[in-house]
Ligand binder design. Sequence first.
Ligand SMILES: NC(=O)c1ccc[n+]([C@@H]2O[C@H](COP(=O)([O-])OP(=O)(O)OC[C@H]3O[C@@H](n4cnc5c(N)ncnc54)[C@H](O)[C@@H]3O)[C@@H](O)[C@H]2O)c1
Ligand SMILES: [Zn+2]
Length: 363
Amino acid sequence: MARLRLTLVRRVECEVVVERGAVRELATLWRPDWEAAAVIGDDNVIALHGGRLRDLLAPVARKIAVLGFLPGEASKTRATKEDLEDRLLAGGFGRRSCIVALGGGVSLDLAGFVAATYLRGVAHVNVPTTLTAQVDAGIGGKTGVDTSFGKNLVGAFHQPVAVVVDPELLETLPAGERRNGLAEMVKTAVVADEELFSWMEGHTPALAAPNPLDAHAIARCVEAKCGVVRDDETETGRRAVLNFGHTIGHAIESASSFAIPHGVAVAMGMVVEARLAVALTGLPEEHARRVETLISKLGLTPFPRVPFEAVRPFLAADKKNRAGEVRVALPARIGVMARTPGGEWTHVATPQRIEEAYARHLR
Ligand SMILES: NC(=O)c1ccc[n+]([C@@H]2O[C@H](COP(=O)([O-])OP(=O)(O)OC[C@H]3O[C@@H](n4cnc5c(N)ncnc54)[C@H](O)[C@@H]3O)[C@@H](O)[C@H]2O)c1
Ligand SMILES: [Zn+2]
């Protein structure tokens, strides 16, 4: 078991429990001043786990509501948020409510954002149920929704009081969703944990399906992400390293009108960005090859074909860009991200260099 306490700059404490069966501890994390619980998740996760959460909370919460919404990224909008808020208001949920965000990143981002603004902010607890959410979205306090102008453009930093990471919840996860999470796991290992990367290389067949080893790998990712977030809670500097693979990945995702799953797009992005790192930050060629091999052994290849011409316009729109330059978070070696001589965590990559790396390695 791993139990971490993430104490953040604003002195908010967030308890993170990673353990098989951890969800059974939900009641022990309940605070005496909370009166009501609102479990919020998409209809799939509510159907799978909503009833169980209601039973687990029944001994500690005086009032419980379980609120679902249509599954999928298309629901991560201000409209769904408003609908959830109206349902909470109609149900008489007051300041002493705790929102229990249950599900993948969509549910957590949305329910966390509801918690951030409902009655000017109420407590929330995250119970991530996808691998992506257990290693990434559930940790760090970024909440928000998408708009027609782009993804995650409206939101808030709002730390959960606790995050309950139970790898057993992954047993019902479809294989494609698992692969998306494995890509994020590779990202975390490249960014901050060389040992985890080597461990993953030694466990590729087992990692393809849910297994008892998950708890170890997930705990390492959670620890690594907590380390980065602790340093930079509101993403003014170092937290940008978590975007490894994502500059190119997001552009690929957008170019495919989101037909390519996020994890696959990020895996493609990591392959290209590792090659940029060989050229720009001295990543050993051998490390770039290890990244490619691991991605392929985890079942993320063969990659779909996306011509660079389709990707180029979306690169120009990346949030990290400044003054029209494309900025990328790049490793110096596996487990260590590179800084510029000026101390910055993102590096300028010219469109020509990106195109060259893209054309050679994604075809
Ligand atoms: N806040 C952050 O720091 C952060 C980090 C990474 C990603 N995100 C966000 O997360 C979202 C992606 O998250 P995701 O990949 O978890 O997608 P998701 O929440 O849409 O979940 C994927 C699918 O799996 C289903 N599902 C969830 N848990 C299940 C389970 N245990 N068994 C069976 N099915 C299950 C869901 O109903 C959904 O259909 C994106 O919106 C992204 O922007 C946020
Ligand atoms: Zn991601």
